[in-house]
Write a protein that binds this ligand. Structure first.
Ligand SMILES: Nc1nc2c(ncn2[C@@H]2O[C@H](COP(=O)(O)OP(=O)(O)OP(=O)(O)O)[C@@H](O)[C@H]2O)c(=O)[nH]1
Ligand SMILES: [Mg+2]
Length: 213
C-alpha cells in the first residue's frame, strides 16, 4: 500500500510535432489556462507545474519544442532526458501527421525502448470544416504504435487536461514498475529475473520532495 507521505515524483514531458500544429497553445492552456491566438514560433520553452494524478502529487517539467527542422540538433538531447512524449499534429494537415512517424522512430532509437510513454494528439479539432485527417486514419496509426489517440483543441480546451493526464499515468506506471525491480534484476513482486531489462532505475533518495508551486 502506498504511504500517505509518499514523496512526489518529477516527470519530464516533451511536446513534439510539426510547426504551427498548436504545441505551445496546448501547453499554455494546460499550465496557465490561457489561449494564445497569435503565432509565435517556438525555439524552446520549459514549463514547470504541479498537479494531482490519481491522488499522487507530481511535478511536471514540460519542454515545448520547435516544430521547424532548424533546431533538430537539440532533439537527441531532449529525447534522452524526456520520459513521456506528446506527439501533436493538426487534424487540418495531413503532412503534420506524416511527420510523427519519424519522431516516434527517433524516440524509440534514442531511448532504446519500444515502450516509451506516448500520447498522439490530433489538435485543432474545433476546425472540423477544415479537417484533412480522418479520425479513423489517425486512430489506426495510434493502434499500430500502441499509443492512445485523442482529438483535442487548444482553442476550446477540449481534451487538453486529458492528454497530459493520460501521459502522466503512463509515466507513473513505468516509474512504478522500474522501482519494483531490484538492482540485481529481481522483481520484488514476482521474483522473476528479467534478462536484458534496460530501463531499471532505483530511487536511492526516495524521489523529489514536493514544493507547493
Ligand atoms: N483553431 C485553432 N487554432 C489553434 C489551435 N491550437 C493552436 N492554434 C493556432 O495555431 C497557431 C500555431 O499555434 P502554436 O501553438 O504556436 O503552434 P506550435 O506547434 O507551437 O508551433 P511552433 O512553435 O512553430 O512549432 C496559432 O495561431 C494558434 O492560435 C486550436 O486548437 N484550434
Ligand atoms: Mg510553439
Amino acid at each position: 500500500m502506498r504511504s500517505r507521505f509518499e514523496p512526489c515524483r518529477e516527470l519530464h514531458i516533451v511536446v513534439l510535432g510539426a510547426g504551427g500544429v498548436g504545441k505551445s497553445c496546448l501547453t499554455a492552456q494546460f499550465v496557465h489556462n490561457e489561449w494564445i491566438e497569435s503565432y509565435d514560433p517556438t525555439i524552446e520553452d520549459t514549463y514547470r507545474t504541479q498537479i494531482n494524478v490519481d491522488n499522487r502529487q507530481v511535478v511536471l517539467e514540460i519542454l515545448d519544442t520547435a516544430g521547424t527542422e532548424q533546431f533538430v540538433a537539440m532533439r537527441d538531447l531532449y529525447m534522452k532526458t524526456g520520459q513521456g512524449f506528446l506527439l501533436v499534429f493538426s487534424i487540418t494537415s495531413g503532412s503534420s501527421l506524416g511527420e510523427l512517424a519519424q519522431l516516434r522512430d527517433e524516440i524509440i532509437r534514442i531511448k532504446d525502448d519500444e515502450n516509451v510513454p506516448i500520447v498522439i494528439v490530433g489538435n485543432k479539432a474545433d476546425l472540423e470544416d477544415q479537417r484533412a485527417v480522418p479520425r479513423a486514419r489517425a486512430f489506426s496509426i495510434s493502434q499500430q504504435w500502441g499509443a492512445p489517440y485523442y482529438e483535442a483543441s487548444a482553442r476550446t480546451r477540449r481534451n487538453v487536461n486529458e492528454v497530459f493526464i493520460d501521459l502522466c499515468r503512463q509515466m507513473l506506471r513505468k516509474d512504478d514498475i522500474s522501482d519494483d525491480v531490484n538492482d540485481d534484476g529481481h522483481d520484488k513482486n514476482d521474483g522473476v529475473y528479467r534478462i536484458g531489462r534496460k530501463k531499471r532505475r532505483r530511487r536511492k533518495d526516495g524521489g523529489t520532495r514536493c514544493v507547493l508551486l
